[in-house]
Each structure stands twice: as structure tokens, then as C-alpha cells.
Design a protein around this ligand. Structure first.
Ligand code: ARG
Length: 471
């Protein structure tokens, strides 16, 4: 076997092979051009492993010092853009290890003691994703804060609430925005929960069966901050599972898909609200584009693209879950395909959240248009029925009475409160002058003053709750 195999053109397993890999196969099997993104996690993991090898007496103090020094130089080289990534060395792991060996000689070759790329890559992806999940959590908080601010300004703004996209009942625009805050809050909760399952250490599982070296896995876990809620080292418990499990990546992509689905629903509303037929809001020009042919156009490109990118992220979820479906234990090269979907999910999600936090803060609300629309759909018919119930009618009868009143109002081309008291009393004699307050949009809004309801008082107390929660 070659004594210095990693820094030659041959591969790590070359002695067994009688012919070199074809260029096409090299390109097909290599991952370095995308997984080099994991370099920082790779070095972090290697340093924690080497520190433990030294503590266990498996490498000398001099070797440990050389590895630290070599890794410091590699870090500098990569940060400065001077590191030469080699396709021949297949992936991020072999590239860094080969460079280390060139720099520090035998100490570099001892680093891989008791380790395999299988537990190494599983560790790297977890370390990297853990950091990204934390950043996404912060971005979700920012977006929620931006929405809460707009909601507060619009606690009193009346929006037609829709079911089946038909005007249903008036709601506070603030209440409507806070519905999205609830969704993003649950999204953040999901991330916190799956963070626990990401933050566990596979190193020590080696290729698949564990290793015969007396490794101190808990020490490595502590060094890497892989600890549970009680501060105890979080170490995977089955080597076969640890090297092949990508549940954590699938789970993350599922959580990311839900965030994007929420973004997409919001986008759909922004697009509708900005259209001429609705005219409820305007988005700042910097989030829109014009048309090359129709000079009057201002298109909501950002929400449209976000709606489109949701398909892309959901696609990555499908990709990852399908990737896992036919794999026998333990590690299979299939798993190399986990990276690009994962990277793209993270990038798409982060950009989308950043842009939405900025865009949400700059929505121009057009309360008159919202109110006009709310007046068109007999949005307070339920309030009339409730009014009659309070006067003693059973709800089903009240519902029937109001249906007649609405039918007549439609025929006359007027809204319910535009019917005269005399006319209203023909439907039920219990109807009195106080009905007109009940039939007003604002009366309807204020009446829904219970926990979770749309009354501005409730909206303001929810705003306060979110503020306290979001910090
Ligand atoms: N680049 C590989 C991956 O991403 C690293 C692990 C390779 N292990 C192996 N036995 N070929 O999964």
C-alpha cells in the first residue's frame, strides 16, 4: 500500500483497485463541489475527535498539537479562498484530511483512528443543520414581530372575512395577520423540538458496527455541544442506525415545507389583496416589478415567487423521503444525495423569511376598500340571527328569518342596515331600534369579544401576548 495515499492522485482505498476510476464516474460519485459547504463542521468534528483520541492516549500530545495547528491553517486557507478543492479527493472529508496530512504528516494520518466517513458525514450534517435551524428560528421571530406590529396598527381595521372566498363576517385585519403569527409560532416550536433530535452525536459508530478503540463518545459530544436538555451528552445509541439515519433531515425539510406552505398561503392573500378587484393593500415598489409591455402593471413578484418556491421545498421533502425508502441498513452512498436538497431548503427558507419580514413591515393598508368590500356581502347577517336568539328565538328559526331578510335586501339592492325598522319588523316584531348597532360592521366586530375572537380588544391583548413571547 502506498505510504502517502491521500495526497497522491489515488484514492483512499486504492491498493485494492487495478484500474483508475473513469472521469465520468469520478464526477458522478464526487460530492466535493457541494459538500465543501460543510467544511467548518467537518473541521469542528475532527478537532473534537482528535482531542478525545489524545485524552484516551490513542494519539500523542505532539500529534494532537500538529492536528490543531494543521486545522488552523486549513481554516485560514479556506476562509481566504486559497484552499484547493480536488475532485479526485471526492468529498469535503477526504479533501481536508489529505491537506492535513500534507501539512503535518503522520499526525494527519492518525486522525481517522476509530472513525469512518460514515459517522463523520452524519456528524457534520447534524452540526451544520443545528446552526442553520437556530438561524431560521431567529428569522421566524423577526417575521412574527413584523406581523405583530402591522396587526397592532390594524386592530380596528375592518376586513371582510371569507369562507369559500365568499364574504362571511367582518374581521379585524389585525386579527387576520395574527392568524399567520400563530402559524409561524408553531413552525418555530417544531424547529425547537427537532433541534433535540438533530443535536446527537454519531461519531463512535465508525463504519457501521462501532469500533474496537476505547473512544470516549461523551467527551466528544460535550466538546461539540451535543447535549440534551439536562446538559447530559447526547450520543446516538445504535451504530447501524446512527450512520444511516437521515430522519432528522427529513423532519427538518418537513418542518421547512410547512413554513413555506404558511408563507405560500400568505402570499396568495397578498396577491389577491393587491389585485385591482380587491385593492385592499399595496406592497412597496421594491418587492414588485413592472411589465415590459403593459406600462400600467405592478406585479407582486415576491409573493408569487415565494408561492412558487414552496413547490421547490416540498419537492425536496419528497426527494429526501424517497431517498430513504428503499435503503437497507446501514450506510449507503444514496445518502450523499441528502445534501443538495437540504442546502437548497435552508437557503430558500432563509431568503424567503428575510424578505417577508421586510415586506410585511411595509404593507400599505387601504381600510376604505376593505370596508367597502365587507359591506357588499351581508357580512352581518349572522349578527342579526344572534340578535333574534337573544330576543328568545331558537337559532334555527332565527337563521330562517334572516335568510328571508337577506333575500329581500338582495332583491332591493341594499345592505341589511339599509332596510327600515318597519321593514325589519315584518320579519320579526321583536326587532327594535338597537338592531342597527348590531347590523353595523363595527358592532359585529366588537361583539366577538371572547378569547380567540376578532374584537379589537382581543386583538390588542393577543398583540401584548405575542410581544411578551417574542421579546
Ligand atoms: N460523501 C459521502 C456522503 O456524503 C461521505 C460518506 C462516504 N462513505 C462511504 N462509505 N463512501 O455520504
Amino acid at each position: 500500500m502506498s505510504t502517502n495515499q491521500l495526497d497522491t492522485k489515488s484514492q483512499a482505498w486504492s491498493a485494492l483497485f487495478s484500474e483508475p476510476m473513469s472521469d465520468l464516474v469520478k464526477r458522478y460519485t464526487a460530492s466535493v463541489f457541494f459538500d465543501k459547504r460543510l467544511w467548518r463542521a467537518d473541521i469542528q468534528g475532527s478537532l473534537a475527535h482528535a482531542d478525545m483520541l489524545h485524552a484516551q492516549g490513542l494519539i500523542s500530545a505532539a500529534d494532537w498539537a500538529s492536528i490543531e495547528k494543521g486545522m488552523a491553517q486549513i481554516t485560514q486557507e479556506i476562509e481566504a479562498g486559497n484552499f484547493e478543492w480536488k475532485l479526485d479527493l471526492e468529498d469535503v472529508h477526504l479533501n481536508i484530511e489529505a491537506r492535513l496530512t500534507t501539512l503535518v504528516g503522520d499526525a494527519g494520518k492518525r486522525l481517522h483512528t476509530g472513525r469512518s466517513r460514515n459517522d463523520q458525514v452524519a456528524t457534520d450534517v447534524r452540526l451544520w443543520l443545528r446552526g442553520e435551524v437556530d438561524e431560521i428560528g431567529v428569522l421566524l421571530t423577526e417575521l412574527q414581530k413584523a406581523l405583530v406590529a402591522v396587526a397592532e396598527q390594524n386592530a380596528e381595521t375592518i376586513l371582510p372575512g371569507f369562507t369559500h372566498l365568499q364574504v362571511a363576517q367582518p374581521v379585524s385585519f389585525g386579527h387576520h395577520l395574527l392568524a399567520y403569527v400563530e402559524m409561524f409560532a408553531r413552525d418555530a416550536e417544531r424547529l425547537v423540538d427537532l433541534h433535540k433530535r438533530i443535536n446527537r452525536l454519531p461519531l463512535g459508530s465508525a463504519a457501521l458496527a462501532g469500533t474496537s478503540y476505547p473512544l470516549d463518545r461523551e467527551r466528544v459530544a460535550r466538546t461539540l455541544g451535543m447535549v440534551d436538555e439536562a446538559g447530559q451528552p447526547a450520543v446516538t445509541q445504535n451504530s447501524l442506525d446512527a450512520v444511516s439515519d437521515r430522519d432528522f433531515a427529513i423532519e427538518f425539510t418537513a418542518a421547512a415545507s410547512l413554513v413555506m406552505v404558511h408563507i405560500s398561503r400568505f402570499s396568495e392573500e397578498l396577491i389577491l389583496w393587491m389585485s385591482q378587484s380587491f385593492g385592499f393593500i399595496d406592497l412597496a415598489d421594491r418587492f414588485c416589478t413592472g411589465s415590459s409591455i403593459m406600462p400600467q402593471k405592478k406585479n407582486p413578484d415576491v409573493p408569487e415567487l415565494a408561492r412558487g418556491k414552496t413547490g421547490r421545498v416540498v419537492g425536496h421533502l419528497m426527494g429526501l423521503i424517497t431517498l430513504m425508502k428503499g435503503q437497507p441498513l446501514a450506510y449507503n452512498k444514496d445518502n450523499q444525495e441528502d445534501k443538495e436538497p437540504l442546502f437548497d431548503t435552508v437557503d430558500t427558507l432563509k431568503d424567503t423569511l428575510r424578505i417577508f419580514a421586510e415586506m410585511a413591515g411595509g404593507i400599505t393598508v387601504k381600510p376604505e376598500a376593505m370596508e367597502r368590500a365587507a359591506k357588499k356581502g351581508y357580512a352581518t347577517a349572522t349578527d342579526l340571527a344572534d340578535y333574534l336568539v337573544k330576543k328568545g328565538l331558537p337559532f334555527r328559526d332565527a337563521h330562517e328569518v334572516v335568510a328571508h331578510a337577506v333575500k329581500d335586501a338582495i332583491a332591493a339592492g341594499v345592505d341589511l342596515p339599509e332596510l327600515s325598522l318597519d321593514k325589519l319588523q315584518t320579519y320579526n316584531p321583536a326587532i327594535d331600534q338597537d338592531v342597527f348597532e348590531v347590523l353595523s360592521l363595527r358592532g359585529s366586530l366588537n361583539a366577538r369579544n371572547l378569547l380567540g375572537g376578532t374584537a379589537p380588544t382581543q386583538v390588542r391583548s393577543q398583540v401584548a401576548r405575542h410581544r411578551a413571547r417574542l421579546g
